[in-house]
Design a protein around this ligand. Structure first.
Ligand SMILES: [Fe+2]
Length: 326
């Protein structure tokens, strides 16, 4: 009880002082700073407080010599190592994000519309993942990262085909379709090291269809990994509302209707249901223009989007007249 009270007092004083300094620096209301940055720390303070009890007991019962401090130092060694490995984990995640950005930059150099497309697909997919997995934030974040990379295989597609205005010949269409297998090949050396199976599945299977008429493996129903079904739906909705030189963009309402019509054909009916519910809540990604406007001034400013090119540049994300590379 005493230890919990001590942990609480330490947390209250420490977090208040830190929040106050942030408030002085940023003029953000104190309550907002505390809610955003400090709330979640409270639990970890409480959970870690037994370690303080353990250290206090260790100090009282010296194992080495007559001074309890040596025993405390002995206990601190594994604590230091767990902290060290935690830092390494964070560093690895940052390296992953940087690698992801580098890959996206490489693809963007070929197809300027890729970044906007992949960001919107990733935002839709993350919301969808969160909904179907009852708010599992780690899963939603993993889906977001995978969705950002879903078309990475287009790096290996010649620009003449990738950026070709108008419809494609069957050979060119097959070449475009190969971005799934090429993407999987491209990342295979990093598989299970930097990119886990989920990322690999999304890249390889995001054009499979629920009825088995997709590619590259013609998987059907639950054979298609859930992550690939989620990103596939998000990809199709984004493509429908994006427009192409040879096809007008659909309105959000028209695109939703098409998604619903394709439920059980192209898309997993359960995901279509979840998508419909999300769509009705008017998320930022629902309307493409609103999404671009919201992103401007933040992410898109730093990545030089070509807003007007949304309908001026072809993107082989959807070369055919239907939804997503059918
Ligand atoms: Fe794709």
């Amino acid at each position: 009880m005493g230890i919990a009270a001590a942990a609480f007092s330490f947390f209250a004083v420490n977090s208040s002082l830190v929040a106050f300094v942030i408030h002085l620096d940023s003029q953000t209301p104190l309550r907002e700073i505390w809610r955003r940055n400090m709330g979640w720390v409270a639990l970890s303070y409480l959970l870690l407080s037994p370690i303080a009890l353990l250290l206090a007991r260790a100090y009282e019962t010296p194992l080495l010599g007559n001074w309890g401090g040596w025993t405390v130092l002995l206990f601190l060694i594994p604590l230091y190592y767990s902290r060290f490995y935690w830092d390494e984990k964070v560093r690895l995640e940052q390296a992953f994000d940087t690698t992801l950005e580098l890959l996206m930059n490489a693809l963007e150099a070929k197809d300027p519309m890729t970044r906007l497309h992949s960001e919107r697909v990733a935002d839709i997919a993350r919301d969808l993942a969160r909904k179907v997995k009852d708010g599992d934030e780690a899963y939603a974040q993993a889906i977001y990262r995978a969705a950002r990379l879903h078309d990475i295989g287009k790096i290996a597609i010649p620009e003449a085909v990738l950026l070709k205005p108008g419809s494609l010949t069957p050979e060119e269409f097959a070449l475009i379709q190969s971005h799934t297998t090429k993407g999987a090949e491209l990342l295979s050396p990093a598989r299970k090291v930097a990119f886990d199976q989920l990322v690999y599945n999304v890249i390889l299977h995001h054009h499979e269809r629920w009825d088995g008429r997709g590619y590259p493996k013609r998987l059907a129903g639950h054979e298609i990994p859930e992550e690939a079904r989620i990103v596939g739906l998000a990809d199709a909705y984004e493509a429908m509302t994006a427009g192409r030189p040879y096809r007008k963009a659909k309105t959000p309402e028209e695109a939703l209707r098409e998604v619903q019509e394709l439920s059980g054909h192209q898309f997993d009916p359960r995901l279509v249901e979840a998508f419909t519910e999300l769509w009705a809540q008017n998320p930022i990604w629902r309307d493409r223009e609103a999404y671009i406007a919201a992103k401007e001034g933040s992410l898109l400013r730093s990545t030089s989007p070509q807003r007007s090119s949304a309908s001026a540049l072809p993107s082989p994300s959807e070369p055919g007249p239907r939804t997503s590379e059918e």
